[in-house]
Design a protein around this ligand. Structure first.
Ligand SMILES: [Zn+2]
Length: 297
């Protein structure tokens, strides 16, 4: 099944509204949130957390897949309002959040969204001011949230260098950020190897071995059953097809990356109209993907 709305996924596991942005709540003995959307969602998330946990102060941990603004955005706001909340991420993500440049980049990328969604937070200060990571997660470690909610940390670099995925063997559920691509409106999966094509493929190959019944994607969709079981292999196939296409187009254009970006932008973005990402970030990401393939990194 392809789920396209927020709410209960199974008992104890919830997608917080809005589904366009990732924020998954596990109501375990140690209630925990996985990813934290964009800044403007802060007050809505608190409302949702109260709805599912009763008292928002019960929330103990926020686990972050990677240091992008649309995955970590509300973390500082949530920490300001929920004093007992602690944040866990990869070592690299923890270092990124310490850099003033990274914080200002997150702020500037969040700004457009804050202006468009002012009504969602009114007078509240949702600023991403700084973020201290309280616990560094290592590849392969197991985290026990109590009551049978245990998950494994899997390093999945490639989309970004700091990427982590979280796998719950008990319910065969995976939270993977953009490590397994992003499907568009036609459910065409777009690979997201912004940092490294090779790492992205190696990460996806690791994920493809998992026995999955639930995949909580980073944007728009949750997959269950058949759709979840088929997704990771399909995503890997699409990654090979897409990189072959980039290589072919680079050949056609005598290595001119800019013209390859324009050609794919026209074919995938303008002609289909199926990609939900805004034009500017789409083009920035596409340029990074062409670069990763051109430089074979
Ligand atoms: Zn990302």
């Amino acid at each position: 099944m392809i789920i396209q709305k927020a709410g209960k996924i199974i008992d104890g596991l919830y997608a917080l509204s809005d589904i366009d942005l990732p924020a998954y709540l596990v109501a375990a003995e140690t209630p925990s949130l996985f990813d934290a959307g964009i800044t403007f969602m802060g007050p809505s998330y608190r409302k949702e957390i109260r709805r599912y946990l009763g008292d928002e102060n019960r929330l103990r941990w926020l686990f972050i897949t990677h240091a992008h603004f649309d995955h970590s955005g509300t973390a500082p706001y949530l920490k300001r309002h929920i004093p007992g909340l602690k944040v866990a991420a990869s070592r690299l993500a923890a270092e990124i959040f310490k850099k003033p440049n990274a914080v200002s980049l997150i702020q500037s990328l969040s700004q457009d969204f804050e202006e468009q969604h002012k009504t969602l937070f009114g007078n509240e200060d949702v600023t991403f001011d700084s973020l201290e990571v309280d616990r560094v997660l290592e590849d392969g470690e197991t985290v026990d949230l109590g009551g049978g909610w245990t998950f494994q940390v899997i390093a999945t670099p490639g989309h970004t260098r700091d990427g982590l995925s979280f796998y719950f063997p008990g319910i065969k559920a995976l939270i993977c950020g953009e490590s397994a691509g992003v499907p568009d409106r036609n459910f065409m999966i777009h690979p997201e190897f912004l940092a490294s094509y090779k790492d992205y493929v190696a990460s996806l190959e690791k994920l493809a071995f998992l026995d999955v019944e639930i995949i909580m994607l980073s944007h728009f969709y949750i997959l269950t059953g058949e759709e979840a079981r088929n997704y990771l292999k399909k995503s890997l196939e699409n990654t090979f097809v897409f990189s072959d296409r980039i290589r072919k187009y680079l050949g056609d254009a005598s290595g001119n990356r800019e013209s390859v970006v324009r050609r794919i932008f026209k074919e995938d973005y303008q002609d289909t109209g199926a990609i939900q990402q805004a034009e500017r970030p789409y083009l920035i990401n596409l340029t990074a993907k062409v670069k990763a393939v051109a430089e074979n990194k």
